[in-house]
Design a protein around this ligand. Structure first.
Ligand code: NDP
Length: 682
């Protein structure tokens, strides 16, 4: 099988012979790979001229819906990917992480894109900043998509997840992608790209694929492009120093080596449920994907007096791990991705063995079921241990396979210090039943890690585990781990957008952002905005309501109705002793209800429901005798692509007789797009 690249809308394979890629289990030839002859500059230009332009014709929601459709399309074809994934040495569980984990990640972004982003191409970051005294000059931050290309360079261990976890946020941002998978497992990425292209779901130019080297591509990168690299620190640092990256300030996100750790809390007794959890987690992380996970536990940090007990328990479990061809019944761990990888891991084990004793396993001998131990890239799980936590190479050497080192500690402070010797990692886990120990350890290790898992019996039932990055939460880590972040929900999308501070008049910024800002004009019409459909409503449509004077009877009636008889509403003397009030104060929730009574148009109409309030703040106390009025303004409209209604956010400001703001908040409503059944006889 000659692997093809997908460049400028066409499949391409060079006529010359490429590098052979072999099956991880059988050693048979699987594919041949080369990118010779590819026009890399042409690919970048095509992505910028066609891909970027086409993608930006759509909104965040429209692109999110495409991701959803694509996710479903790929899921229906998942068995094709599982079949080919066997060549990487993966078990069914390993492949599940890569294939369904990857598609699942894309679906999370599809869902978050519609729920947490506006249906436009501008994403507002944070609140409006009041800059001038009279409010005629204001400021706000916005994100807009960069106009270049997202180049992703991936490691061999997750040929599908690696691509999809990066493609989803870049696509959502509106930025076209060029994927360059690691050669060793590129055949699986190529298969998935073929299905993505065949689906015709993504706009033209959204996705291109390089099978083989990246040629002179880096020379042509500009500040509007972004590179996301996953792989070894050596390669990552080399690429990060490329003259075009430095000269053009190209965004460079790097996920590199990581010597992750798992700490057994000092409170955990040998044989207790938390102890068993720890043992299970370490063994799982050593053996899933044959330890070829950037997040695997490389350092097991345990109380010195329990090191021997932990070693005994780990050995007992590791002895049950059967290695071999995953097609054979009973095989728990497959092979490494290839013989090169095994050689690499063996070299690292030799380095580790200089400063650690081998507790379990061998780098050269492995019992294999249903395959040949030498032609397949098999390696037995290996556990090492040191007695002096400061004299081990485990803090510097990453063996990217089923290898972990036990390290003793004397105190919580020392456990933190040892974890930090990894010089920045993707993830640490803390297994403890004590909130005190957890707090101390977590706050100590957090500055050195991108993610921390706290594992106890309560979390264990549903825990996704030490090694699983989640689309909702950031993945990445400081220092050796690369110093970047990816995923983390909408945070991951922002990496492919430019944040810009906008300054100007509220009217101008309202027009640009599509969101009404304080100080902008309001349009007051004879038709109440509640009688306008989603399509008819315009940003700035408003009601300035009638006025209402509050009485003591109102406060008492509300207390009676709600049951809220808090002293500040009911007891004049007590209210006066309160530092914030001068007298009996009206209930905040009464003000919110009263405001609705003032701004609502009661007749049946396009407004279907009120689904909540945002940012509610009570700014000035209200006493009997105060007169209130509401300014109610259409602030933002979010079109729901697949529904007959949209979301409308209303700025709601309650003011008193002195013009002081009493309360401010957003009312959230669902409004029909057309006049119809909810408007009775009208
Ligand atoms: P490499 O650094 O060798 O390769 C990573 C990627 O970079 C591959 O796609 C590779 O392509 C590409 N590459 C290599 N040289 C260049 C170059 N000069 N220009 C452009 N691209 C280049 O790492 P491995 O694939 O061997 O991955 C193993 C390592 O990755 C492990 O040691 C592990 O530490 C790390 N890793 C980190 C992860 C994380 O999230 N932090 C996840 C997984 C792995 P090609 O294969 O064609 O050479």
């Amino acid at each position: 099988m000659k692997l093809h690249s997908y460049a400028q809308g066409e499949w391409y394979a060079p006529s010359t012979q490429g590098t052979l890629i072999r099956h991880a289990i059988t050693g048979a030839e699987v594919a041949e790979i080369s990118s010779e002859g590819l026009d890399f500059q042409g690919m970048l230009e095509y992505a910028r001229k066609i891909g970027s332009k086409k993608l930006q014709q759509y909104t965040f929601h429209q692109r999110a819906l495409m991701l959803k459709e694509l996710g479903k399309y790929l899921m229906e074809r998942k068995e094709l990917f599982y079949d080919l994934s066997k060549a990487t040495g993966a078990t069914r569980t390993d492949s599940w992480i890569d294939i369904e984990g990857g598609i699942g990640t894309m679906l999370v972004f599809a869902s978050k894109g519609r729920r947490e982003m506006p249906n436009s191409n501008v994403y507002i970051d944070g609140p409006q900043e009041q800059i001038s005294r009279n409010g005629t000059f204001t400021g706000i931050h916005v994100y807009t998509p960069i106009t270049g290309v997202a180049l992703q360079i991936n490691a061999f261990n997750f040929p599908i997840w690696g691509m999809l976890e990066k493609l989803a946020p870049t696509f959502l941002a509106g930025v076209p992608t060029i994927v360059k998978p690691a050669s060793q497992t590129a055949y699986l990425t190529e298969l998935m790209v073929r299905h993505i292209i065949e689906s015709k779901i993504l706009p033209e130019g959204s996705l291109q694929l390089i099978c083989g080297s990246t040629g002179d591509l880096f020379n042509h990168l500009t500040y509007q492009d972004a590179v996301s690299f996953t792989g070894s620190a050596w390669t990552g640092q080399k690429l990060k120093q490329h003259h075009a990256i430095i000269a053009n300030s190209v965004r460079f996100y790097m996920e590199a080596d990581s010597l992750n750790s798992s700490i057994l809390g000092s409170d955990v007794e040998v044989g207790s449920p938390a102890f068993e959890l720890y043992i299970k987690e370490v063994v799982r992380e050593m053996t899933v994907k044959a330890g070829q996970k950037c997040t695997a536990i490389r350092r097991a940090i345990v109380p010195a007096d329990k090191l021997d007990a932990v070693a005994t328990a780990l050995k007992a479990r590791l002895a049950k791990i059967t290695v071999g061809n995953p097609d054979v019944e009973g095989v728990r761990m497959g092979a490494l991705a290839g013989l090169d990888q095994r050689n690499d891991v063996r070299e690292r084990i030799a380095e580790l063995a200089k400063t650690n004793e081998v507790v379990f396993g061998s780098a050269t001998e492995v019992e294999v079921l249903g395959a040949d131990a030498e032609t397949g890239a098999f390696l037995a799980p290996m556990l090492l241990a040191c007695r002096d936590p400061y004299a081990t190479s485990a803090h510097d050497v990453e063996a990217f396979g089923p290898v972990s080192t036990l390290i003793p500690y004397q105190s919580d402070e020392e456990a933190i210090e040892i974890a930090a010797l990894g010089k920045g990692s993707l993830v640490a886990s803390v297994v403890t039943a004590s909130p005190t120990v957890a707090t101390r350890l977590v706050l100590g290790v957090a500055p050195h890690h991108g993610r921390v898992l706290v594992l106890d019996e309560k979390a264990a039932k549903e825990s996704t585990g030490h090694g699983s990055p989640l689309a909702h939460l950031i993945h990445g880590g400081p220092g050796r781990a690369g110093g970047s972040e990816e995923m983390g929900g909408i945070r991951g999308v922002k990496h492919y957008m430019q944040r810009t501070a906008l300054q100007g008049s509220p009217d101008m910024l309202t027009a640009i952002t599509g969101t009404w800002l304080k100080g902008a004009e309001r349009h007051i019409d004879t038709v109440h905005p509640f009688q306008k459909t989603f399509n008819e409503l315009e940003i700035g449509d408003a009601v300035i309501t009638a006025k209402r004077t509050i009485t003591l009877q109102d406060i008492e009636a509300f207390a009676e109705l709600s049951g809220d008889k808090f002293y500040a509403h009911m007891d004049e003397a007590a209210a006066k002793r309160n530092p914030f009030f001068e007298n009996r104060v009206a209930h905040g929730y009464f003000l919110v209800s009263l405001a609705a009574g003032l701004f609502v148009e009661p007749n049946e109409g396009p407004v279907l429901a009120n689904y909540g309030l945002d940012h509610l703040r009570f700014a000035t106390p209200v006493y009997a005798g105060d007169t209130l009025q509401v300014q109610f303004t259409c602030k933002q409209k979010i079109n729901r692509e697949t529904e007959e209604y949209g979301e409308v956010r209303w700025d709601t400001t309650i003011v008193n007789q002195n013009g002081d703001v009493v309360a401010n908040y957003d009312v959230l409503t669902l409004v029909a797009k057309h006049h119809g059944r909810n408007e009775g006889a009208q």
